[in-house]
Design a binder for this molecule. Structure first.
Ligand code: NI
Length: 257
C-alpha cells in the first residue's frame, strides 16, 4: 500500500536534528510521494531544496496568511522565478486567510491571498489553501477566481454547504489526522458526503498527529491512521482510499505515474 502525503512541512526546524532519517523511514513505510509546502520565502526555498534532493518530494511555494505581515511585493517575483527554474514546484501555497491567530491585519491577508491567486493563474499552477475561521471571506475570494484557478482546501474545516460549493467549482478537500479526534463531527459529516475522487490525505507534519499519536511530532508514517479513518467513514477498504487519494493527488499536481 502506497500513500501520497499532499501537505507536509519537512523543511520545518522540528526536523533539523533527524530529517534524513525520518524521510528514509517515511519512504520505507510506503509513503511514495510528498508535497512539501512553503509558508514564507525561507521555507519555500527549503521546500524547493528538498524537492531537488529527493526524487519523490515535490514543492509548493507561497506565503501563509499568518506570515503575510512580512511579505513584500518582491516576494512574488522570487516565487515566479523559483517556479520557472524548478519544474518540481507544482502549486502555490499555502496561501489563504487565518482569522484564528490574527497575526496579520485582515486586509493585508486578503491582498496577499489575491496576489498569490493571480500568480497561480499566471503560472498555470493549482493552489493550496489554508483557511481558518474565515469561511465566508475565503469563499468570496475563491468565487472571484472561479474558472481561472482551482485548488485544495487543506485540513478542511468548513461546513457541508461550503464543501458542496467547492466541489461544484472543481476544488478538492484535504483531510489531516484531525479526523481521528473526538471532536471531528463536522469533518466526518463532510467526509461522508464528499466524492472519493475529490479527497486528498495529508499530515501537515510536524503538526496534527492523528490518534493514537496525538500530541507527538507528526510525520507521514501516521498517514495510515488518517487513511483508515476515512476508509471507515466511507465504508471502503484502506487500500481503496490510499489508491484513490494517490491518483487524485497525482492528477491534481500533474505528476506522472
Ligand atoms: Ni500546513
Amino acid at each position: 500500500m502506497y500513500y501520497f502525503d499532499t501537505h507536509a512541512h519537512y523543511d520545518d526546524r522540528a526536523f533539523d536534528a533527524d530529517r534524513a532519517e525520518v524521510l528514509q523511514a517515511v519512504h520505507d513505510a510506503g509513503v511514495s510521494l510528498v508535497m512539501d509546502i512553503g509558508c514564507d520565502v525561507s521555507s519555500s526555498m527549503k521546500a524547493v531544496a528538498l524537492a531537488r534532493q529527493y526524487d519523490w518530494i515535490y514543492a509548493a511555494i507561497g506565503t501563509h496568511p499568518s506570515d503575510a505581515y512580512k511579505m513584500q511585493d518582491t516576494d512574488l517575483d522570487l516565487y515566479r522565478s523559483l517556479a520557472a527554474t524548478n519544474p518540481k514546484v507544482r502549486a502555490i501555497g499555502e496561501i489563504g486567510l487565518d482569522y484564528h491567530w490574527d497575526t496579520t491585519p485582515r486586509d493585508v491577508q486578503a491582498l496577499r491571498f489575491r496576489q498569490q491567486l493571480e500568480l497561480a493563474e499566471e503560472l498555470g499552477l493549482p493552489v493550496v489553501i489554508h483557511e481558518r475561521d474565515a469561511h465566508q471571506d475565503a469563499m468570496n475570494i475563491v468565487r472571484d477566481y472561479a474558472g481561472r484557478v482551482t485548488g485544495v482546501f487543506h485540513c478542511y474545516s468548513g461546513a457541508l454547504d461550503m464543501a458542496k460549493e467547492l466541489v461544484s467549482l472543481g476544488w478538492y478537500l484535504s483531510f489531516t489526522g484531525v479526523v481521528t479526534y473526538k471532536n471531528a463531527r463536522k469533518a466526518l459529516e463532510v467526509l461522508e458526503w464528499v466524492p472519493l475522487s475529490r479527497i486528498f490525505i495529508e499530515t501537515d507534519c510536524p503538526y496534527l498527529s492523528p490518534e493514537p499519536n496525538r500530541g507527538k511530532r507528526n510525520d507521514s508514517r501516521n498517514l495510515l491512521y488518517t487513511n483508515a479513518k476515512i476508509a471507515e467513514v466511507k465504508g471502503l477498504t484502506p487500500e481503496a482510499v490510499a489508491a484513490a487519494t494517490m491518483e487524485n493527488g497525482r492528477r491534481f499536481f500533474g505528476l506522472a505515474d
